[in-house]
Design a protein around this ligand. Structure first.
Ligand SMILES: N[C@@H]1[C@@H](O)[C@H](O)[C@@H](COP(=O)(O)O)O[C@@H]1O
Length: 261
């Protein structure tokens, strides 16, 4: 795992964009590319950076298809806060690529979860998966206690996550669905490259637990430790509880050009 500690969220966005664009470019040489996208506020600056590069012609997306990590259950298709709509608005429409996700509006969400897992298997492996992390260590919508080998399924959100996400629903916690469909931690691990971005002090404990804590379902983000190609990009605030911070800075300062992201 590479941990990249940077001064500001803008610096993080540039490195995330470099890592994503690099993995997409490498995968495009071999054919169609599945690009894994996360919602939430953490990747937004990186998405803007990727859009700027796309407009400048340095991030071509022919042959690329987007795949979401998760979706709320029960929001009607086209609801502005459904993750499919959010990701279309934030990045995929302007990139000119299609975004697939679990069908949270399906009459049978359990079936919809299985269907999405099958679609991912058929399209995968995902070349690069963008990830954020919740303040309680969740990844996708895999709340603490999620099996580290879980597959796409329906989960029940914690009240903390519903409260955290109420800001997207006009501050109304009751408007935040209780159930979601999320890629499992095992599903996420199938991606070839995981790029996690976190900024701000509210994420410091979750980042430290995921990166340096024990491998445990109690911190779903710790599943990163089981993956051979992970780039964790954090600003000083989100990285403030990392005990090996000076080593991560040392590694970055002495990185070989050939190593890439
Ligand atoms: N399901 C999403 C996650 O994919 C996201 O990474 C996380 C953090 O969100 P934010 O980046 O807004 O802090 O919570 C949300 O609930």
């Amino acid at each position: 795992m590479e941990v990249v500690l940077l001064p500001s969220p803008e610096d993080c966005a540039r490195v995330v964009a470099d890592a994503v664009a690099g993995s997409v470019a490498a995968a495009r040489a071999d054919g169609p590319v599945a690009l894994g996208l996360a919602t939430g506020s953490s990747p937004l600056l990186a998405y803007r950076e990727l859009l700027a590069r796309h407009r400048a012609g340095t991030f071509p997306t022919e042959g690329v298809t987007g795949y979401l990590l998760d979706e709320y259950v029960g929001l009607p298709a086209g609801h502005p806060e459904s993750y499919r709509e959010v990701i279309r608005r934030e990045i995929t429409d302007e990139l000119g690529i299609t975004a697939h996700g679990p069908d949270g509006s399906a009459a049978d969400p359990l079936r919809a979860a299985l269907d999405y897992e099958a679609r991912l298997r058929a399209a995968g492996p995902v070349a690069v998966q963008v990830l954020g992390i919740g303040a309680n260590g969740h990844v996708g919508f895999n709340e603490p206690g999620s099996s580290l080998v879980s597959r796409t399924r329906v989960k029940t959100l914690t009240e903390r996550t519903r409260t955290d996400n109420a800001r997207f629903f006009g501050g109304d916690v009751e408007a935040v669905p209780r159930h979601v469909i999320t890629q499992g931690l095992g599903t996420i691990r199938d991606a070839q490259h995981l790029v996690l971005v976190a900024t701000g002090g509210a994420k410091a404990a979750a980042v430290a637990e995921a990166v340096e804590g024990p491998l445990s379902a109690s911190c779903p983000g710790s599943v990163l430790q089981l993956h051979p190609h992970v780039t964790v990009v954090v600003d000083e605030a989100a990285g403030s509880r990392l005990t090996r911070a000076s080593y991560y800075r040392y590694v970055l300062a002495h990185k070989l050009a050939e190593q890439g992201w």
